[in-house]
Structure formats: structure tokens, C-alpha cells
Design a protein around this ligand. Sequence first.
Ligand SMILES: Cc1cc2nc3c(=O)[nH]c(=O)nc-3n(C[C@H](O)[C@H](O)[C@H](O)COP(=O)(O)O)c2cc1C
Ligand code: SF4
Length: 437
Amino acid sequence: MTSSSRTATLERAAPSGLPRLLAGYRPDESMSLREHLQLNRPPPRRGATRRGGPLIATIEAAGLRGRGGAAFPTATKMRAVVQQRGRPIVVVNGSEGEALSVKDQMLLTSLPHLVLDGAVLAAEAVGADEVVVAVDRDTRGALASVSRALAERRAAQLDPEVLRLVQLPTRYVAGEETALVQFINGGPAKPTFTPPRPFERGVGGRPTLIQNVETLAHVALIARFGPDWYREMGTADEPGSTLLTVGGAVHHASVCEVALGTPISDAVHAAGGLTSEVSAFLVGGYYGSWLKAGVAWELPLTNAALRAEGAALGTGVVYAFPAGRCGLVAAARVTRYLAGESAGQCGPCLYGLQAISDAMASIADGRQPAVMAQRLHQLFDEVRGRGACRYPDGVVRFVATALEVFEDEIWRHDSNGRCLAGEPPLLPIPAYDGRWQ
Ligand SMILES: Cc1cc2nc3c(=O)[nH]c(=O)nc-3n(C[C@H](O)[C@H](O)[C@H](O)COP(=O)(O)O)c2cc1C
Ligand code: SF4
């Protein structure tokens, strides 16, 4: 196929159905600026949007919520930035410290212009003259693709805003918004105490709009096709589509795009179906929650439905955990890694997470598991809500839900029963260089 016939087939008007974000996606290839503009038409700019103007109202009408974990309403954050004194700045949060998630790297690698369109449109909406694109420095594909995309846009004189690339250390908490701001301002990528929050005083002391990569890709499409189009899928309260990273005991671990409200079983089918019976699902990644397979299977992927089961969509990770393997041993390994990823600045995080990790290791090794499970509940109370950022709360949720879902394993370990750990270890532990700067 020639490149011209290929791009011709890419052209579309407002897409009905799926894919939306992933239209034109080709694995491991980066969509060029020319292909992107042919597929998506140029974004509406100048006059169509102005500071605090129609684009924010459009995003509000669409009901877009952030895809970086907290599902915060995007328009509310934009308005908060607009209301501050001083020239705002926009930061694209391209950090993806969550080890089980690859959807943001995939977007940055394959569809960089969709994300950059969203960023410059957001900049226009809040009156920012500068966009910082922050990308994990270890993600070679994403870095190369974003660098190339920025060069293409500069050559085409596409954006009146200044767009610059910043390479982030790869650490779990480096993508927390205050850590991101501190790093861009020349410090370590560690969270800082708030207030002020970045929307008040962030990069260079300016009001700073920080949005996740996927959120901005949605902004780019909503600006083009409007809120009614966006609401054609999803639920009334949580409209639109979302990206998921589906992994574990599935045939094709992959990123897929689904309508919000799609049951977990459909997401699993989109990833080729299960390779074995599963005992549990980890939803939201290492910052998320464990759910028993029977509870999770037909659960709709919305924050409301997941919240009712004590979980959240987070960064859109769905990990199928195979039956016949020990969830406690797997969770104990991850907990040790998470304790090591603390920025080590607050007592509850520094000492509390280490104590939680030690207690999990005891349970996994069969050393007083029932006693240690009791001890963990005390530790949760000592840690929860006490850090400068919400990192320790996420670790507590991960461990607490593991204890609930794999309760039977605690008794098995206690009675010296045969541990089902098995090989190779499940759940990946990333290897970072450990630096904060
Ligand atoms: C410990 C921690 C780690 C985080 N890591 C990321 C991250 O890697 N990428 C990201 O986009 N947001 C991350 N966030 C969320 C950001 O702080 C921020 O809320 C988000 O980038 C805002 O974008 P959104 O509103 O578009 O979701 C993290 C939050 C916490 C508490
Ligand atoms: S709670 Fe933990 S990760 Fe957050 S700032 Fe304190 S030490 Fe750092």
C-alpha cells in the first residue's frame, strides 16, 4: 500500500462507535503530522476558543473526567486555573509510573499529535502561552516520537504557544502533580506539601494546568466533534470512551478502548479472553484494588460501580490473576517495591510502608500470618491519610484489598499448607535507576 492510499483510508468525520482515540493507530508506528491532520482535520482554534471561553464550557458539557487516576472533572480544574492571577502554563503529564499501565506511553508513541493538539487547545482555553510536555526518560519510543512530533509542529509553525519537552526520572511518585512541578522547577521529582496546589502556584510560580496524556487526547476530539458526540457512548454520569491496559491471564495483553460502563468481562474478551481460570482481578494497578473474580466479572467499568465495591478505575488497568497461584506472595513482592518507591519524606510513608511490607513478607513466608494480618490493620490506621501526598493511601488500599480477596491463603499459610506461589513470579516489578533527578 502506498502512503497516499493508506492516509486516504484514514480520513474520517465524527467517528461513530469505536475506536475514537485509537482511530488510525498502528502498533509501534508514530502518526505523522500530515497523516494526523488528514485523519482528524485541524483543530478549531483562534476565535473558536478563548481564555475561559467556549472550550471549557464544551468540555464541561461533555462531562470529561481526568484519566490520570483521580477522575477529576477537567473543566473544573481549567476554571480554577483561569481564576488565578498571572499567566497560566500547561503541563502534559506523560509520566506513567504505574507498572501495569502502558496506555499513555502508547498514545505518546503512536498518536503524539492527538495529545499535543489537546495540550495546545487546553492552553488556549486557559490563556497559557507555554506547554511543557513531560515524558518518562526511560520510554525511548515515546520520547523519540514526541521529539519528532514537536519538530514537525515547529517546522509547520502550527502552534503560537511555546512547546518544550522535559524528561522525567521514572519513579512511581514522579507523576504526582506536585512532584512534577518540583522537578520542572529544577528540584527532585518528589511530592511537595500543599497548599499551594499547582493550579494556584506551580511551574515558575504560575497557575499550572496539569493533565494526563489520555485526558488531553479526549480534549482534542471533544474540541472537534463536540459534547453531544462525546456523550453518544458511556453512561450519563461517566460518558465517553476510555483506554484500558488489560494484562495477566489473557491471551493478548494489550491496550484497548472501551465505552465507559463496559463490563470487565468484555474488556477481557477484547484482550483475547482468559488463558486460565482466574481467582481475582486487580483493577487500577498497584494504586488500585483487588476484587474477587466473581464480583469483578460483570462489573461495569465506571467509577461509580467500582466505588460500590471499594475500587476505582484509576489509570484503567485490568489485570487477571490466575487461579491456583498465591495472591499473597505476589502482593508481598509488589508491596516491597512500593515501599521502596516512597519519596521517604513523611514518617507514615517512610516507616509505615516499610512495616506494612515486612508484615506482608511474614505472611507470604508463613511466619505468623494470622498475627501479621491483625498487625496490618493497625498499620493501615497509622498510615492512611497521614502523608503529604496520597501515595501511602494507595499502598494501603492495594494491601488491604489483597488481604480480603486472598483471605483463604492467609489460613493456608497459617496451617503450613502448601503455598501456591509458583513460578515465574506474577506482577512485574520495574527496574529503575532509582534517581529522583
Ligand atoms: C502517587 C501518585 C502518582 C501519580 N502518577 C501519575 C502519573 O504517572 N501520570 C498521571 O497522569 N497522573 C499521575 N497522578 C495523578 C496526578 O497527580 C494528577 O492528578 C493528574 O496528572 C491530573 O491529570 P488528569 O486530571 O487529566 O487525570 C499521580 C497521583 C499520585 C497520588
Ligand atoms: S506521603 Fe510518601 S510519597 Fe507522599 S510526599 Fe510523603 S513520603 Fe513522599
